[in-house]
Structure formats: structure tokens, C-alpha cells
Design a binder for this molecule. Sequence first.
Ligand code: APR
Length: 320
Amino acid sequence: MARNKIALIGAGQIGGTLAHLAGLKELGDIVLFDIMEGIPQGKALDIAESAPVDGFDAKLTGTQGYEAIEGADVVIVTAGVPRKPGMSRDDLLGINLKVMEQVGAGIRKYAPNAFVICITNPLDAMVWALQKASGLPKTMVVGMAGVLDSARFRHFLAEEFDVSVEDVTAFVLGGHGDTMVPLPRYSTVAGIPLPDLIKMGWTSQERLDKIIQRTRDGGAEIVNLLKTGSAFYAPAASAIAMADAYLKDKKRVMPCAAYLNGQYGLKDIYVGVPVVIGAKGVERVVEIHLDRDERVMFDKSVASVQGLIEACIKIAPDLG
Ligand code: APR
């Protein structure tokens, strides 16, 4: 059987890490695409030269031409520019929207059967634009945010309780960023929900509130430390887990930015919700019951995503 093909659009910090992880995990042959000449070629060659040491077989290619992604099974998109000092939200939206239009056209032409994972920020708006620009089925285009946000939450909780990260599950909803909605009553240590762990004296409400805030600010914390860029190891690992769930038809339940068509009372919007990922892409949106406070937080998060989408439509009316 031929190997799967993974196309990575954007060969920057996350793109390079994605290629390395996809190689190490033998997910398939890897194509790195970037507009910067030499960068995808250099990273592809460097990773290919690590393969004999680590013992994985994968063909790695770097390219400036979309034809190289032809027939890809999975496409992961990190192409775009980060927000720089002095750049307004709309400046960033305008630039990255153009990038999504180009990338969407490339995918439409060369990889129309792929499962597409978008990472470019502002995530919930960019994945929406990428789906429109590519014209791929909505179940085959998702955004990576919730897996990363919940991984950050799990890491902080595992540290707090001094237990293995493997035994901590965490549940987040909503848009990526300050308005994301962590759900403590669905987050557990080996099945014991966080509110019970507070009652058991493992932590306090106050400490948990601080952890939740740190999770919300997780991206900014890394930017402040790195100063020259944003997080890339954990975002790449998160997208690879989603690609793996698709390629192996694992039917994993993961929080992703998914297209909603009536679920949670919302339509024509991408927002972070738990979904089942398998060979058909997003196979099911899991609709959980939200209590009043959770619904208020979720609605606030949805409103901020809607604001971004409206700003996109103003800039590029044909996407609307
Ligand atoms: N087509 C293809 N690649 C592009 C395009 C384009 N039109 N425009 C920019 N790129 C490339 C850049 O050349 C760069 O190599 O996208 C890459 C982005 O890489 P980095 O700047 O290193 O950014 P990275 O840290 O990988 O993050 C990528 O993910 O988490 C988000 O906010 C983050 O939007 C950002 C994205």
C-alpha cells in the first residue's frame, strides 16, 4: 500500500515541527510548501537526514509549487504572518485572509479529497475563510485550537496535582484565545471531576481559577518568553494528533474548531466544540448540556468569533 501524503502549507516554526513529528511517527510522505525559497527545501533535507538516525522512512520534499501537494491525504495550514507591534486586528485579518484565499485555491485544485487542519491565527476566522476559499466539505476542514488549549490546561493540572499528564483529561469549548471556556466539571483526574478534587482538598477554587486564567493566557505567556515568535511545539503536536485520528480512523473525541450547522443553536460559524474525528473527517459534533454560567461564557466567546467573521466579510465580501 502506498504511503499517505501529508502536505504542510507554511514551513515556518510550526510547519518544520509538524514535518519532524510526522516523520518520527511515520504518518506518511511529507511535502513542505512555503513562499520563502529555500526554507521548505532546507527543512525537508535536514529532517530527511535525521531519518537514518531515528529510523523512519518517509520521503520529504520542499516546494514553492502547489502541484507538489497533489493527492495529499492531509493538509495542515500554518501559512500566514503573525501580528506584529503596531498592526491592528484588521490589518492582520486582511493579510491572512489573502493567504487563506491562495492556500484554499491550491487545495481546491490539487488536494480536494484531503482532511484539512488550519492553525493560522486568528484561528476561528481563518478556518472559516479557508473552508469557503477551498470549497471542501465542511466536515473535512477543521481548526486546531482546543487540543492545544486543553493540553495546556492538562499540563498545569498535572503539575498542580503531581500526577501523570496521561491521567488528566480537560475539556475546553469556544473560540481560541482569551474567551475560551474551560469546563472544570468535565475535566478530571482519572475520572474524578475537578469540583470533587476541590472537595477532596487536592486544590482550592482560588488555585483552580488561577490555572484557568493561565490556560487562557497560554499563548501570550509563551510569546512573552520567546519574544521573537509564538508557541510551536505544542501546537504542532496537537495538529499531528488530529491528523493521526483521521488517518487511522481512530474516532477520537477532540475539541476542535468545527463548522456548526444548528448544533449549540449556531449556524455558519466555526467554533471550538468536542467532535469525533475519524476517516470521514468530523464524524459527529458532540453537543453537551451547558449550565447557565457556562452558556454565558460560551455565548461571549461565540460573539467574539462572530465579530471576527463579520470583519472578514467586510474585507472580502465574496467569502460571505
Ligand atoms: N503561502 C505559503 N506560506 C506562506 C504564505 C503564503 N501565502 N505567507 C506566509 N507564509 C509562510 C511564511 O513564509 C512562514 O514561513 O508561513 C510561514 C509561517 O511561519 P512562522 O512565521 O514561523 O509562524 P509559525 O510560528 O509557524 O505560526 C504559524 O500558526 O499559531 C499560528 O499565530 C500563528 O498564524 C501563525 C501560524
